[in-house]
Design a protein around this ligand. Structure first.
Ligand code: MLT
Length: 266
């Protein structure tokens, strides 16, 4: 489905029960809603699952960058308005987590609970910022596939990397993202705020998930982030790297389902 929100076309999937809990799934970089395909299927019998393509990704419109975390958060609040959803459980993976922090800062009254997957609160280091600019230049010159191939080994656990089905799925999704969307997102990621001061302000139930082999947002960092969020719980997902939703959907689905049932019993 498509919605035009403040003049920008945002594509989204909206599946499952119309009454009760809504779950908003925010994808990572450089991906689209399809990274949540196993969760859309597994969780929609329990809750309403809303999975947008963020501005600049998938079938959503590409607008000039930088695509900031704040812009994405405001787009998502507008999407919830469009769907007449007052409050949602907000789940974000990696960049989706950075956006979830911005969403909390700007629209906290809309957040019933948070699920933070394979993400971190720290901003980019100076070196990481420079790498974003190099990657943006490369994407513009050689296309999204050029950075997709480079990123893949860092995103997946070694066992997932040698699993053709998982590796091809992730690679194809990354290679398909629009060049200007990817470049604009890199600028937004480079400039994102430090979310560490946000962590102690979180007052809703929070679940943190991290792949045991996540090299980009490692379990030790996830543990420190969890400790800074009042009452938050950490689950380490076995046999998964940074793309835990695709690498070990069984474990992720089960953990998310248990959490949803706990915070909003049917
Ligand atoms: C992601 O998966 O969204 C990216 O790893 C985020 C990042 O590059 O910081």
């Amino acid at each position: 489905m498509d919605a035009t929100l403040d003049g920008v076309r945002i594509a989204y999937h909206d599946r499952g029960r119309r009454h009760g809990t809504a779950l908003l799934l925010i994808h990572g970089f450089p991906l689209n809603h399809r990274m949540w395909a196993p969760q859309l299927v597994a969780l929609s019998p329990d809750v309403r699952v809303i999975a947008p393509d963020l501005r600049g990704f998938g079938r959503s419109e590409v607008t000039p960058g930088p695509l900031t975390m704040e812009q994405h958060a405001d787009d998502l609040a507008a999407l919830l308005d469009h769907l007449a959803v007052e409050r949602a459980v907000v789940a974000g993976l990696s960049m989706g987590g950075y956006i979830a922090f911005a969403f909390w800062r700007r629209h906290r009254e809309r957040v019933q609970a948070l699920i933070l997957l394979d993400t971190r609160a720290e901003p980019d280091s100076p070196q990481a910022k420079a790498n974003r600019d190099t990657a943006a230049a490369k994407v513009r010159q050689a296309g999204s596939a050029a950075i997709a191939g480079e990123m893949l080994p860092r995103l997946l656990a070694p066992a997932s990397l040698s699993n053709r089905r998982i590796a091809d799925r992730a690679l194809t999704m990354m290679a398909e993202q629009p060049v200007e969307g990817v470049a604009g997102a890199l600028a937004g990621l480079r400039d994102r705020a430090d979310s560490r001061p946000t962590l102690p302000t979180i007052t809703v139930p929070t679940l943190v998930l991290v792949g045991e082999h996540d090299a980009l947002a490692p379990p030790a960092d996830a543990a420190a982030m969890t400790a800074a969020i009042p009452g938050a719980r950490l689950i380490v997902v076995p046999r998964a790297g940074h793309l835990s939703t695709l690498e070990n959907p069984r474990a992720v689905n089960g953990t998310m389902r248990d959490f949803l049932r706990e915070i909003a019993p049917r």
